[in-house]
Design a protein around this ligand. Structure first.
Ligand SMILES: [Zn+2]
Ligand SMILES: [Zn+2]
Length: 354
């Protein structure tokens, strides 16, 4: 089968012929039905230095599929699932305390698409413990839930204990593939007033459609927050110098700065340079249990990823679009769809489309 692979750091994504993988006990074989493309893929591809993960491996860490073989659990065959992307060991102290996204026993690879073979192919083998039932969701809706949805959900959960009972105020910086889902998670799971900002005008419209109460420039948000002494939490989905500085500026005392984006920015972490009592965190992805909660939110209509479905042959051009910036929502590949790019792209929103 054909697979889009990372063959060397700094090299273009490469289409290679690889064998259809065979599941062992404890694994399942999926026919991949949708794969979300992520900025992290571009970080991997473009890394000037070799990263910790051995190459080559097939990219694609936002995976939805149908189980076609399950040696240990034949009842799973035919089920529509999504894949939890952190292939945790299940036995370390972190895993035993339910924090599988911070597993210390999984080795260097994170999971499929990040150090192990991922979903940018017709078939993928994944651990049986990584699959979460996604029955009833369209594949292009389900796939972005696994990273865009889950990482956003976990970031919101990270800040939840800082929100007052009355709801408080939460700022979302960067309304892209993750940020627009964070707005929706905040609306669905908290009583907070949600304020969102982005430098890309269509992203501001997406923030409004996603349910943000206040959408605008940093100055607009500053004016809105001033009477309240600042935000209770800021979720930064960019993570650049400028957005981290903006986050600190918008936070009130005792607030929570949650840096999700891998923009390479830094923070002057000195007492006196930050609001009193501020907490800074850099959460990573989320747990399989949280992914099940995310799927439930989507089934209930609370999470509606903004997606653009593209064909398997369009992957290099899609990564180029991610590099350039300005992609609205998530680009999702249907590996079953190959052929010339012309006419192969359709835009869907929610559970419509194919
Ligand atoms: Zn990702
Ligand atoms: Zn572990």
């Amino acid at each position: 089968m054909a697979a889009w692979r990372l063959t060397a750091y700094g090299a273009p994504v490469s289409l290679q012929e690889v064998p259809v993988p065979v599941p062992a006990e404890g694994e399942v074989l999926l026919e991949v039905t949708a794969v979300g493309l992520c900025h992290s893929d571009v970080h991997l591809l473009d890394s000037p230095e070799p990263m910790a993960f051995d190459v080559p491996f097939t990219l694609g860490h936002e995976v939805a599929g149908t189980v076609v073989a399950a040696p240990g659990d034949p009842a799973l065959v035919g089920r529509a699932v999504v894949v939890h992307g952190v292939w945790a060991c299940g036995t370390c102290d972190r895993c035993r305390s339910g924090r599988t996204n911070y597993c210390t026993g999984r080795g260097r690879a994170v999971g499929g698409g990040i150090g192990r073979d991922g979903g940018l192919a017709r078939y993928a083998v994944v651990p049986v413990g990584s699959v979460v039932d996604a029955t009833g969701l369209a594949p292009e809706v389900a796939a972005p839930l696994t990273d865009g949805g889950l990482t956003s959900y976990h970031a919101v959960a990270t800040a939840a204990d800082r929100l007052p009972a009355s709801g408080g105020r939460v700022v979302v910086i960067g309304v892209g593939g993750l940020g627009h889902l964070a707005v929706q998670v905040l609306r669905a799971t908290t009583a907070a007033q949600v304020l969102a900002t982005d430098t890309h005008p269509p992203a501001l419209d997406l923030a409004t459609r996603s349910g943000a109460h206040v959408v605008g420039t940093p100055d607009d948000l500053r004016a809105e927050l001033a009477p309240h002494g600042g935000a209770d939490a800021v979720l930064d989905f960019v993570g650049a110098d400028a957005t981290i500085a903006l986050g600190v500026d918008l936070l009130g005392p005792g607030g929570d700065l949650v840096v999700v984006g891998s923009g390479g920015g830094s923070l002057d972490f000195r007492k006196g340079a930050l609001p009193q009592g501020v907490r800074v965190s850099a959460p990573f992805w989320g747990t399989a249990e949280e992914l099940a909660a995310v799927v439930a939110l989507a089934r209930a209509g609370h999470l509606v990823p903004e997606v653009e479905v593209i064909g398997f042959d369009d992957v290099p051009a899609a990564y180029e679009r991610l590099r350039r910036g300005g992609v609205l929502g998530r680009l999702v590949v249907d590996p079953r769809h190959t052929g010339p790019p012309a006419g192969s792209s359709v835009t869907t929103r929610g559970q419509g489309g194919r």
